[in-house]
Design a protein around this ligand. Sequence first.
Ligand code: SPV
Ligand code: MN
Length: 660
Amino acid sequence: MLLELKKGVDILSDIGAVKSIDEARKLFEEKCDDENLAKINKIKNEKALLKIANAASMFQPEDIWLNTGSEADLQTTRDKVIENGEEFKLKVDGHTCHYDLPEDQARLVKQTYYIVNEEEDVSVLAKKLVRSEAYDYIKNTMVGMMKGRTMTVSFWNRGPVGAKAAIPAVMITDSYYVVHAGNILYPNVFEHFDEEVERAGTYFFNVHSYGTFKSEDISKARIYMDRSWQTSYSMYCTYAGNTLLLKKPNHRFHVDHSTYYRVEKEISEHMFITGLTGPGGRKTYFAGAAPSGCGKTTTAMVGTDFIGDDLAQMWIEDDGTLRAVNPEIGIFGILKDVNRKGDPELMKILRADKPAECIYTNVLIEKDGTPRWVGDGDPEPTEGKNYLGQWKADMKDKEGNPIPCSNPNSRCNVYCTDISNYNKEAATDPAGVPIKVITYSGRDSDTMPPVWVAKNPDEGVVIGASIQSAATATEVGAKGVRRQPWANQPFIPGPLADYMNAQFKFINSDKLTQKPIMAGLNYFLTYGARGGDPDDTKLLGEKKDVKAWLTWLELRAYNEIKAIDTPIGYIPLYEDLKKIFDETISKEYPKELYDKQFSFYLDNIIARIDLQKEAYSKEKDCPQRIFEVYDEQRRGLEALKEKYESIVLPEQLIEAGGVK
Ligand code: SPV
Ligand code: MN
């Protein structure tokens, strides 16, 4: 099914009612001072100018300010955000803190909708609202919403200027915090906006107003995405995942763009990108998917050549390689459990070992201005101020549970250039980096091993399709263990079958002559699930083991290391891992731990396959290939069960499948 663009009425243009470029220019003259008028006159794209004018006509701001990304504009943003109280300064120069409302600490999933035309399909997992209803809500809420305030206009790019899979975007907001966060996360494209729109053939448009910033108004908050007009609307909230619309709302438009207009050419993924230096100094690039809050940032930072921690725009280059760019230039990373042991690089910034700009959100600030969060590795704080107000260590919630010092989704916003292992040259090169390894992971306490490699591209697609993960604090109200296809599910607007089809076509394309290996990763197996006390939720590994898993995959990508051939893919041999653990993280790796991590608990794996099959069988027009792969794997697992019963040790897996 095709997504039709420019279908139905463009709500913003209709409400704004500015019809001609002359009317638009007149409005700019009224609302801009000379400096800003000169800036806006540099933009030649009349359609974009009309949309900006329509936003101004709808919001009725006091004035308009253009963010060109110049040093002066970056400084204005930093000054204004302190002046208007959206952030306050901490004791370290360049460090600031922003609080969101207690009800607005993560993506507001229940208040996020796709705007659809009458007969359009969206993912069964998403909420939709028909155009006419969205129109009324936007009109009733957003008209005049910026009265007395400044409407800021930023021109950013989702990717390096000139990269094949990059798309520019305009962001309009009355929140200088959103501008500040955006300056850290996206390259400013003001100077190249017209060329970039021309090259990409499109651009995204986003409008936001924070309204009253009052808890009692949070029920009015909405995030609307108009897929037909690639325009998003956000109101009555500030949390960056809901308001910095280039991030997830535009990622969703980008997923649409790849799925419906770039089949076999591009894919848009919720993935980190990082490089690892292998034997002889070679650079091997990884792209890895994980649901929010499942270790994507940590994994990315382990690389010697960090590129990005959240999103990847990928395409097939003419030379047959798979290329990827990070649409972002900064990180918006979770702070919980970030400490010197597990995240040494990030901690250098957070603990001010070096100067850097950093926005902390929803953390505790101690009297002396030190930001604190749960799991930061320092002695626990006793009191301070956080997004709830004054906080003391003995405070309890209504159920009598202790109130943690920081929100589990509190974050830090920093420029990648401040991260020591960031490879700026590679990350900002429009040619992208060549990807040799793709990984998929989730929070899976009891089923899949720490690492396994697909035997062919189809099985790789199926690993992505089969991610299963426990809920995290990154979505308001999320609970339980859920399917998380490609870790991208919350951001796939259309039917899952369309996206799956695009994945199969992309990775199997004849043009992709240098195919990456595709692997599953799982850091979350527990002792309880591997023969210990069933309530024991202690993890079988620790964060730093990530480096060992990546190193094994690096060698496997060049076929320089053998692996056990199992029905679900290739898994490592003990001797290899022992050596890798020792050499990369100086850690002893006992055989007993290996056996716990890599024994197959067949009933769990078979039940997982059955659950996925059942779920996908309800999906209309789902590619048959996925069922064939599941059936083949299931037959192999059943054969193992017949031979060895339901728990199979690695030695038995070798005996049954051999080593390749
Ligand atoms: C995530 O939750 O996946 C994030 C942060 O990267 S947000 O901007 O909320 O999506
Ligand atoms: Mn994310």
